[in-house]
Structures are given as structure tokens and as C-alpha cells.
Ligand binder design. Structure first.
Ligand code: CO
Length: 435
């Protein structure tokens, strides 16, 4: 039986995932939850008045957000306690002139974002979600989040009768040729290429004529759910890395009285495409934001650098649980289990930022939080993935640890996690903030 508080946290994660079909939706949901908890939204272009104990957040580019609780101790003495995660997920994005008619079908041209397991996107009930940009009265643009509320499209597999070797050789998909979903039937002459954004605009109660641009993605419509004989699993889209995002957010929301250190939650877009974007982890968003917090009230640049030297960063991203049908893909001594607690990720090539000292720090956090930890290294003969940890450690010069909850099917349209691991991660991260 899952203890009620662990189940409640996992259930809240399912709701968070369902509210967040795209990174922009996730950041809006994070902002909504922060405001409900009394955090004040700041804008980068404004002058900031920050007070000890104050709770603030800043959004950049609709898809990255940094939230902070200003600590009670001077920053050069207590430093920053930072937890970071990425909010984006691999998938398919609509091209600018997406809809076209061919062979009696209406289809949507798509580009691949990041590294999705493409075969998992076939034969799913798909819809569209993202942002519409509309002309506003002042001559600028306003952005509205939209999402389809019913299945709008599908990527049908080719019947096995045309591809007799598919079960032995795997489904090979050409990204240009084989991915465009079908979304309707119709002759070329009768087809309105604006039909997709018009449909979403009208569904959202907007004037479709005011739409000047759209950022739309193809997303799965199936809600996140518990699964397994004892409901020990969660089955959902985008567990990588909305689970990390949700854990970082909730750990921050559980920081009670003003903590000694200044606690920061940094949630970034663009990790799946290398983070080198306006608001990605490779941008100056975090260092500029931390510096503005550090040098307020006449504090010097020396104070800012002393503050960094006192700081610690935990980077949270999905970790590979051992797959029972492919167990040999794991090192025999490092096979994380679902519901086994947060995984500390280690890599000699520094694809993960973990050091012995930072690993020890996180182990202590987990112990104080009463949760177990596991360890992961990739098989030596396979190339290891990476995440925002090494990049933020390099940029900031802050000792960093890479951790994540164990999961299966990373980058599938439908991933699998453990019901206990979300609460375990939140407890360990809270101790990182307040310990
Ligand atoms: Co990830």
C-alpha cells in the first residue's frame, strides 16, 4: 500500500502533467501555483525591491522561470541553495505553413524537437497545444495559451502487410516523410491552410483574424494515471522532466519560515535541444537573476562572488531505472529501481556534475528527509546522456549534483515512473533548501 502522503504527491504530479502539455503551459502552471502561495511576480525590465523572507519569481520568454525565497542570513554568509530542472520535453512541432492537402488527406508538416522515441508517437490520439500570438490594441503582441480538447490528429502506422520485417528490424521513420500527422480529409481546392490556428483560436474564444503567429506542438491526449496491480506506477507523458520540475517547485513551496540561505528554483526550457537559447540553462538568465538578488542594498560584487562560493546546486532530471527486459543495458552494480528513491548520477566524463562532496551533501539531505537514495552510472561502453547540471556548474562555478527519479521509456510519448519517488524527491530537495 502506498502511504497517503506519497500517493497525494504523485496524484498532484499527474494533475501538473495534465495541466502542462507544453513548456509554456508548464511555466504558466508553475506561475499560478507560486502566486497562490504568495510569490510576487517580478519583471526583468523593472527595478526590484527585495526583502529578506520575500518570495518572488521571474519568467523569461514564456518558457523558463526562476523563483526565489530571500534568506534571512546575509548572502555572503549563507549563500544560495539552488535546485534546477528542465520543463521542455521532446516532441513534434508544427512548421509555420503546417497544413497541406495530399492524396485526399489534410496533413500537418512537423519538425522534430529534441530526441523523441519516434515510433511511440504513432497510432496515438494526438491533439495540438501551444501559443497563439495576437495583435493587441497597443500595436504589440499578446500571447495566449491554447490546447485542443479532443483528438485532432494521428500518425498512422503502415500496415504490416507492406512492411513484413517491421517486428524484426524495428519501425524506421523518415522524419520528413513519415511523421506528418493526418488531421482531416479534403480536396486541395476546398482546404483552408489557416484552419488549424483558426480552430484553436475559436475554441479559446479568440478572434482568429487577430492571430499573427502560432507556436503549436503535437501532444498526446491521454491523461496521466496510476498503474500496476497495486498502483505502484505512474503512466504519463513528459515525466522527463515535469517530474523534476514539480519536485523542485514543491520543495520550494514547502520551505516554511524564511530559511537562512536564499532558496532558488530554476526551471529552464530548451534542455532537449542543448540549452543554448534565450532562456535555456546555457543563457545568462540564472546568473543575472542571482546577481541582481546578491548585489541589492549596496552589496558589492565581491559579496556576490562570496555568495556563489557558499552556494550549492541540485540539478534534477529523469534517471534510468533498470528495464526488466533489457537489464543488460545497465551496469550490473548500478541498476536503479522504481520506487527506490532519488538516483545520484555519476559520470567520469562529467556528463553529470556530481562530485564526491556534492553526492555526500545530497545523501545527507535524503537521510534527513527519511528517504533512500540510489546510484547510477551508464554502462562504460555506451554514450551517456547529459542534463543542465554540468552547464550550470560551469556557468556559475557552484558545486553541483545531478540527481533524478528512476523512470522507464525516457523520451517515449508515454513514460513510466514510480508512485513513491515523487514525494521522496520532494523531501530530499526540501532538506537541500533548509538543511
Ligand atoms: Co530530461
Amino acid at each position: 500500500m502506498t502511504p497517503d502522503d506519497f500517493r497525494a504527491t504523485a496524484h498532484d504530479l499527474l494533475q501538473f502533467i495534465d495541466a502542462s502539455p507544453t513548456a509554456a503551459h508548464a511555466v504558466a502552471e508553475v506561475g499560478r501555483r507560486l502566486e497562490t502561495a504568495g510569490f510576487q511576480r517580478l519583471r526583468e525590465a523593472d527595478a526590484w525591491q527585495l526583502a529578506p523572507g520575500g518570495r518572488y519569481f521571474i519568467v523569461r520568454g514564456h518558457t523558463s522561470v526562476i523563483a526565489a525565497i530571500i534568506g534571512s542570513e546575509p548572502l555572503p554568509a549563507a549563500g544560495f541553495r539552488i535546485a534546477g530542472a528542465h520543463v521542455d520535453a521532446p516532441g513534434l512541432r508544427l512548421k509555420p505553413n503546417a497544413p497541406y492537402a495530399a492524396n485526399g488527406y489534410v496533413q500537418l508538416g512537423v519538425e522534430v524537437y529534441g530526441g523523441p522515441l519516434l515510433a511511440s508517437w504513432t497510432d496515438r490520439d494526438l491533439t495540438l497545444a501551444g501559443r497563439l500570438h495576437l495583435k493587441d490594441a497597443g500595436g504589440g503582441l499578446r500571447t495566449v495559451l491554447v490546447r485542443g480538447d479532443r483528438p485532432l490528429c494521428r500518425i498512422p502506422q503502415l500496415a504490416i502487410h507492406f512492411n513484413r520485417e517491421v517486428n524484426d528490424k524495428g519501425l524506421v521513420l523518415n522524419k520528413q516523410q513519415h511523421l506528418p500527422p493526418i488531421c482531416g480529409l479534403g480536396a486541395k481546392e476546398a482546404f483552408d491552410p489557416r484552419s488549424v490556428s483558426t480552430l484553436l483560436a475559436e475554441q479559446a474564444g479568440l478572434d482568429a483574424n487577430e492571430v499573427v503567429a502560432a507556436d503549436l506542438e503535437v501532444v498526446d491526449l491521454q491523461p496521466a494515471t496510476f498503474g500496476g496491480l497495486d498502483e505502484e506506477f505512474i503512466f504519463a507523458a513528459r515525466i522527463d522532466n515535469l517530474a523534476g520540475t514539480h519536485a523542485v517547485l514543491n520543495a520550494l513551496l514547502r520551505v516554511g519560515d524564511p530559511p537562512a540561505a536564499t532558496c532558488v528554483a530554476a526551471l529552464f526550457d530548451s534542455e532537449e535541444v542543448g540549452s543554448q537559447t534565450l532562456a535555456g540553462a546555457g543563457s545568462r538568465f540564472m546568473d543575472v537573476t542571482l546577481e541582481r538578488i546578491a548585489v541589492r542594498d549596496g552589496a558589492s560584487r565581491e559579496d556576490w562572488h562570496r555568495s556563489l562560493a557558499r552556494s550549492l546546486l541540485v540539478s534534477v532530471d529523469g534517471a534510468h531505472a533498470v528495464h526488466p527486459n533489457f537489464a543488460d543495458f545497465h551496469d550490473p552494480q548500478h541498476r536503479p529501481l522504481l520506487n527506490g528513491g532519488p538516483v545520484i548520477k555519476i559520470n567520469a566524463q562529467q556528463r553529470y556534475a556530481t562530485s564526491p562532496e556534492t553526492a555526500h551533501w545530497f545523501e545527507q539531505c535524503a537521510e534527513r528527509g527519511g528517504v533512500p537514495v540510489q546510484r547510477y552510472v551508464h554502462r562504460t561502453d555506451l554514450a551517456c546522456g547529459s542534463t543542465i547540471g554540468p552547464m550550470t556548474a560551469t556557468r556559475l562555478g557552484v558545486p553541483t549534483i545531478d540527481v533524478g527519479s528512476p523512470m522507464l521509456s525516457m523520451h517515449s510519448i508515454r513514460e513510466t515512473g514510480g508512485v513513491l519517488d515523487q514525494e521522496s524527491m520532494v523531501r530530499a530537495l526540501r532538506e537541500h533548501y533548509v538543511g
